[in-house]
Structure formats: C-alpha cells, structure tokens
Design a binder for this molecule. Sequence first.
Ligand SMILES: NC(=O)c1ccc[n+]([C@@H]2O[C@H](COP(=O)([O-])OP(=O)(O)OC[C@H]3O[C@@H](n4cnc5c(N)ncnc54)[C@H](OP(=O)(O)O)[C@@H]3O)[C@@H](O)[C@H]2O)c1
Length: 308
Amino acid sequence: MLLDKEIWSGFLALKEKAFNAQGLISQEFTWSKPHFLEVKKEGLGLEVKLFADRKSNVFEETFLGPNLMFKVHKGINLILKKACSIYLPIILGPKITQGKPFFFSHFAQSLDGYISTKSGHSKWIGNDINLIHAHRLRALADAIIIGGTTLKNDLPKLNVRMVEGSNPKRIVISGKSHSFNSLMEASDDEILLLHKAYDKPAIINNQIRKISIETENGVINPNDVSKILSQENHKCIMIEGGAETIGHFLKASKIDYCQIHISPMYFGAGRSPYTSIKDIVKVSEAKSFSFVNHFRMGDGIMMTGYES
Ligand SMILES: NC(=O)c1ccc[n+]([C@@H]2O[C@H](COP(=O)([O-])OP(=O)(O)OC[C@H]3O[C@@H](n4cnc5c(N)ncnc54)[C@H](OP(=O)(O)O)[C@@H]3O)[C@@H](O)[C@H]2O)c1
C-alpha cells in the first residue's frame, strides 16, 4: 500500500502519543464499553480523537476491534481509511490489553496455509507491498520475536530499512548456538536470547543477553515470555515467525491480533503455524478470529482479526 511520507509520519507520531500517558488516546480505554475513534487529516499529519459517544457528521463507521469503532469523515480518502484500519489496531493494542504486553503476529502464507516450503524456504511468499507493510509493522512494535530456525534459515536483520521509524528490540527464542551475524551486522543494538533452562547455548557476546526460562514438556510457555517481556517494559510485541514459534503462541491463545497475508500460491506441504492445534474434531470447535477485516494487497489478500 502506497502511503504519503507525511501520513506514515503521522502514524509514528500517534504511536508515541498512544504510548505516552499524556497522549490524546490514552484516556480510560477499556473493552467494556464502545469507543469511537475520529480520524482527521490535519495539515500534513493526522489528528485522532477518542470519544465515548457517537458524534454526528459521520460518513461511515467500521469496527476496528471489540468495542472500538472507527468513524470516517467525508474528507478522508480510501487509502487513509485502509491505513487506519490496518495500523490503528496495533498502535492502540497496548491500550486495549491495559498494562499487559500486546502480542500481534503478521505472516505470509500460501493458499494451503504454509508459511514456508517443507525445506524452510519462504522468500518470498508475500509480495513487495507486503514486505513494506511488514517493515511498517516492525516500526510500530517495540519488540519483535523470531524462532531459532528462522534465524538460521532466513539470516534476518529485523530492522525497518524500508520505511521511516525505529527498529524494534530483537528477540530470538532458541537453545541452539545459531550464528547471530545477520542481526549483529544490521545493528549494534542489544539482542535478547530466550532459551530453555536446560539448554546452554554456547554464545558469549556482549551484544546478546541471555534469559533462561523453565519449560513444560520441552516448550517455553508463551505466558512466561509475556511476563519476562513485561518486566523488560515491552508493550507491543510482534511475532514474526516461524511456524513453530507462532504455533506455540496460537495454542496458548497469546496472540491478541493477527494480520495474515494470503498469497495466490500453494505448496502441498510445508511448515504451518496452525498444526500446533491438533484436537479439533468438529468444525464448531475450530479456533477462529473475530472482528475480521480483509484488504487487497496487490495480488494477495490480507485478513486481519482478533483472537476470539
Ligand atoms: N512466511 C512468513 O511470513 C515467515 C515469517 C517468518 C519465518 N518464516 C519461515 O519459517 C521457517 C521456520 O519455521 P519453523 O517452524 O521451522 O521454526 P521457527 O519457529 O523459526 O523456530 C523454531 C525453534 O524456535 C525455538 N522455539 C520457538 N518457540 C519456542 C517455545 N515456545 N519453546 C521452546 N522453543 C521454542 C525452538 O528452538 P530450539 O530448538 O533452538 O530450542 C524451535 O526449534 C523459516 O524457514 C522461515 O523462512 C516465514
């Protein structure tokens, strides 16, 4: 999605306001009653106000999430409306979870639900528009999580090089001694390595801080990750992948909000975040998303939704 630089800067400024106790949108924000967000283009930037009541002068109303309505004024164009629908849920996420870290995931999948081929290849399932969008999401997050296999296979940088904004704190969950070179070459910032207590990753480097976490059946409980990241003062955390890492968070119902880029391709086999959930017998037992929206992203579709 093409966005004017000024409008993107407007979203970054909103993020600062939303995180800041003095910000306009930080007044008592709760799930328990409906709130209405009014977004106006103001000069070169954006003005967002939060109301407890529906006001007049509304052109159209959209649900952004549970109890969060978004009013569009006649002056707002469709691109800005789409950008608000995609980026405001993340900017406001930490307000919605009220003190607890807000976890969201964004990934690109094939039509048959795989985020990489069987061999672990995934560049690129999403298109160029999705790649720029992913960098914007990194800029709105204050921390980003990947699993060890993604570090090994993709050699990611996890920075925001395609857009304006600050890099999130980079967090890897792994007990293996993978090379961290791609991350270290991209930036001098600290990297957090979360590892199972019984693993002793032989990585000694001043840039990498290790935190050991107890496991249950060999798995780190995402709720323990949440507690640690809360102590580290992280509020808005993006889970980038891969399949196993997202799967553990999905299974623990620990992803508050998801953005899934669906690409018009299929592999027949591969790595899927959904197979972590194995006990569904009837369709009525399915895990599902609520407050779903969908957006055209070039030749792909992005579906967004809250965990229900
Ligand atoms: N399409 C996309 O948007 C996208 C995004 C990101 C990645 N990917 C692809 O995904 C592929 C990798 O997926 P994957 O499922 O094989 O691996 P992964 O999720 O990247 O990494 C799995 C590893 O992470 C560690 N881990 C993660 N969560 C854990 C937990 N809760 N408890 C304990 N250990 C945990 C374990 O490491 P140890 O075994 O080392 O302890 C585990 O083996 C890559 O090839 C990449 O290309 C695709």
